[in-house]
Design a protein around this ligand. Structure first.
Ligand SMILES: C[S@@+](CC[C@H](N)C(=O)[O-])C[C@H]1O[C@@H](n2cnc3c(N)ncnc32)[C@H](O)[C@@H]1O
Length: 224
């Protein structure tokens, strides 16, 4: 099994469509902000806090924690997800924070459509799904959507937390090098700034903690 396919703790995906699967998940947890919540991802914060403010694209935005964090710092954010409920929740948290003008939330199945525009930062945080997703093609489109000098940050799981939907010990998590190779980008135009496997203390939906490993790839499009 890969990190992107299979049977998991959320149930059997057999015969289900990706949109229905993720939509049901977010609907079930609409009243329970504990699921992924509106916390920003630590590696997004670590990277973006050092960057000049600009335009950002969040791929698989979930309930909007990263979009909210970026908008609070002045970024103009396009946040996309396959789940209409996740998109609506992202829009709502931005509006409630008075940041509705800075956050555009759009529903996309990235297997089939990609948002318009050029971006200074594209972030894909744990863009994992138990369904087929041409992730390399999506991330290649993301790299192409970077403005000159812009960055693509990919943060993947490299180990499973005890509360993760994926408890398959056979899961292969692509390494930063494998993710980069899959992009098939000319290195003269997109340089690698980080390819790392940091460990961190993660907090689960019930407040439980565990040490997990991530795979991090940060590439930058050459400034013109
Ligand atoms: C593991 S969650 C990560 C959510 C968020 N980035 C975070 O770090 O909390 C994966 C997200 O990708 C979204 N997703 C899965 N397949 C997708 C697709 N084909 N197109 C767009 N979004 C998708 C899911 O709805 C979900 O919000």
């Amino acid at each position: 099994m890969t990190a992107d396919s299979g049977k998991n703790a959320l149930g059997d995906t057999e015969g289900r469509e990706p949109e229905e699967f993720w939509e049901n998940l977010y609907r079930e947890h609409r009243e329970n902000r504990a699921l992924w919540g509106t916390r920003a991802n630590p590696l997004l914060v670590e990277v973006a806090q050092c960057l000049p403010v600009g335009t950002a694209l969040d791929l698989g935005c979930g309930t909007g924690g990263d979009a909210l964090w970026l908008a609070r710092r002045g970024w103009r954010v396009t946040a996309v997800d396959i789940s209409a409920t996740a998109v609506e929740q992202t829009r709502r948290v931005a509006q409630e924070a008075g940041l509705g003008d800075l956050v555009t939330a759009e529903q996309h199945d990235l297997a089939h459509s990609f948002p318009e525009g050029g971006f200074d930062l594209v972030s894909a945080q744990y863009l994992h799904t138990p369904f087929e997703l041409p992730r390399s093609a999506v991330l290649r489109a993301a790299a192409q959507a970077l403005n000159p000098g812009g960055r693509l940050l990919v943060v993947d799981h490299a180990s499973v937390a005890p509360w993760s939907w994926n408890q398959d010990p056979e899961t292969h998590f692509p390494t930063p090098e494998e993710i980069h190779a899959g992009l098939e980008l000319p290195t003269a135009t997109w340089g690698v700034e980080r390819a790392q496997r940091p460990r961190r203390e993660a907090t689960g939906p019930q407040g439980q903690t565990a040490t997990v490993t991530d795979h991090v790839l940060l590439i930058r499009r050459t400034p013109q």
